[in-house]
Design a binder for this molecule. Sequence first.
Ligand code: GLN
Length: 313
Amino acid sequence: DSKLTEKNINEALKKAYDKYKGLKEGANADYIPALDKVDSNIFGIVLVTVDGKVYSVGDITSEVSIQSISKVFTMALVTEEKGINALPDNVGVDATGQVFNSIYAIEQNKGHEMNPLVNAGAITTTSMVAGKSYNEIWNKILDYYGEFAGRKLTVLEDIYQSEAATNQRNQAIAHLMYAYGHIEGDPLQATDIYTRQCSVGVNAKDLAVMASTLANAGTNPVTGKSLVKAADVPEILAVMSTAGLYDDAGKWLYKTGLPAKSGVGGGIIAISPGKFGIAAISPPLDAAGNSVRAQKAIADISAALGGNPYEVQ
Ligand code: GLN
């Protein structure tokens, strides 16, 4: 790929970093009290090509909570365990047009016709991970995320405690999904494991390696390990395209063409299939709940490198 040279990549990263470093728009999420205390100045961008080369600029060591970006990887886990139809059959693959923790979206179709990347679908997805005990399920999820990142990940305990103490809305969502017959097992256990998965600490490099695995047909290009069947990756990317940035998914796709996923911790991952995975972290969010600087930086870098999959080179 002619645009994807080392020089171009480094230049694009540096240019975007310098351009948005001083941008002060947006605000940390504060509905989870501990997120409000995270340093708003953290800003790092990492791009990993499908041949496993890592390019970075800014802060690539500070960890934030992965939050909703985790939903993609639990979706991948359930898809691998239960087959490609399990999630479409149970929660659907449609955008809700509502906020990520919408209860109205559940009521519209009794918990069908949503997707694994909004809270109701995601908590249900977590409930579908096979395992006999809480610990067996949780360890499997955490280990699987670690395989994507290429290193062992851990929970940011203060974030977990803070969200677990204030996640009554997610508990209500889980109970509703249970009442409509979507959740397997105990809805409160599913909510708690979901809360824990959202509290996993990641830096910008972890997220970019995770993204690059999806860009590379499900094989981590850094470790060489296959984590998702190549045939299952397009469906995961499709849901990221329609629902990855919540209610702004359409605007994002229009601008970049990239399947992506944001989290309220300030991270965003995006995938240029067959080319690269990219991630940026910056905690301040816009009104839709997406990191302001991460969106702008990724959009600029991808445009400079011909990342839009709809664009014929
Ligand atoms: N843990 C958060 C929640 O459930 C995740 C939301 C997000 O990142 N959009 O509210």
